[in-house]
Design a protein around this ligand. Structure first.
Ligand code: SF4
Length: 335
């Protein structure tokens, strides 16, 4: 139910129908590629969107054509009023989804069902409890794994997101894929990306090509089936013949998928990012609190979107710390 002026289309003709809202900068894990060891300077509480402000801003986007909203964080479920937010957003004509680390997701099963949430992305970077504890700096592996199985039993569509870091969990790629033999899930391997404070360098990254080389070495050629990607999909999807689930690779570094990008992000302190990698952002919260119309700001932000990766259109540019370092840390964006 888009208004007549199309404020969500950029200069490349990409229609932005998918809004990712970060509910909080807080998290109950401390994953090394997401959260700097020393943590991040948190925004003052008064700078964080209230549930009413989240609803008002979300409704503005939905009124202008957004059809999908994903809630992220930090960890969205640690926000004390996350249930209220879910229920308010569920009143909008939009597909609601959530990304969580699943540590406390068992408390929200009925809420998810009452809000019509079907699609749940769970971050899980290792199937090994010790390694999980090492990368998350918390020892919640058993709880997370049990909750993943609970989500599957309860009938949710579960995707597991694993950030691959060479020398850490690249030796688990086949184990993760073999998990899809028995579980109807999609395991998505994410190329390690540079964000503020995550000590990224290209040598640590496991590329799409390297993952597929491992897969083709493990499985017969005819067993590895390429399955159709959904429109605007960020991942390249595959399935092993006869397996219940599937696997995919999200290759933002070596094989970006920006041509069909339909995503925009709203940070917990009400800033609009037109790209995951953009180092510029627009404040929607202050003008909203001043009773101003935020649509012109949204349109200007979308119109200023680069074609590829916030302007880092070559790997060389992406590798430059002074370019990627200007962005927020992942915890403050919400993926
Ligand atoms: S890098 Fe930016 S433009 Fe490319 S797909 Fe991601 S959000 Fe979209």
């Amino acid at each position: 139910m888009r208004k007549n002026k199309n404020i969500l289309q950029d200069t490349f003709g990409r229609q932005h129908t998918y809004l990712r809202i970060s509910l909080t900068e807080l998290c109950n894990l401390r994953c090394t590629y997401c959260m700097p060891a020393e943590g991040i300077p948190l925004s003052p509480k008064s700078h964080i969107m209230s549930f009413d402000e989240i609803y008002t801003i979300a409704k503005t986007f939905v009124d202008n054509g957004v059809t999908k909203i994903r809630l992220t964080g930090g960890e969205p479920l640690v926000r004390k009023d996350s249930e209220i937010i879910l229920k308010k957003l569920a009143t909008l004509p939009v597909e609601l989804a959530i990304s969580t680390n699943a540590v406390i997701v068992d408390r929200f099963i009925e809420t998810f069902k009452s809000c019509g949430i079907q699609n749940i992305n769970v971050s899980l970077d290792s199937l090994n409890a010790e390694k999980f504890n090492q990368i998350s700096r918390r020892n919640d592996f058993e709880k997370v794994f049990k909750n993943i199985q609970l989500l599957i039993t309860e009938g949710f569509n579960v995707k597991l997101n694993a950030v691959l870091i060479k020398g850490f969990n690249d030796n688990e790629i086949i184990d993760f894929i073999k998990l899809t033999k028995i579980l109807p899930i999609s395991v998505r391997f994410i190329e390690f990306m540079p964000f503020d404070g995550n000590k990224w360098n290209k040598e640590k990254m496991m590329s799409y090509a390297e993952v597929m080389a491992l897969v083709n070495a493990e499985f017969r050629h005819d067993e590895v089936q390429r399955i159709k990607d959904a429109p605007n999909d960020t991942s390249k999807n595959y399935k092993i013949e006869g397996y219940k689930g599937s696997f995919a690779i999200i290759s933002s570094v070596t094989n970006p998928f920006c041509d069909s990008c339909n995503r925009i992000r709203l940070t917990a302190n009400g800033r609009l990012k037109n790209c995951l990698f953009s180092s510029t952002e627009s404040d929607l919260l202050t003008p909203l609190r001043e009773g101003k119309n935020i649509e012109p700001i949204i349109q200007k932000t979308i119109q200023s979107k680069f074609k590829i990766r916030g302007g880092m259109d070559t790997l060389k540019k992406l590798e430059e710390p002074e370019l990627h370092g200007k962005n927020r840390s992942m915890i403050a964006i919400g993926g």
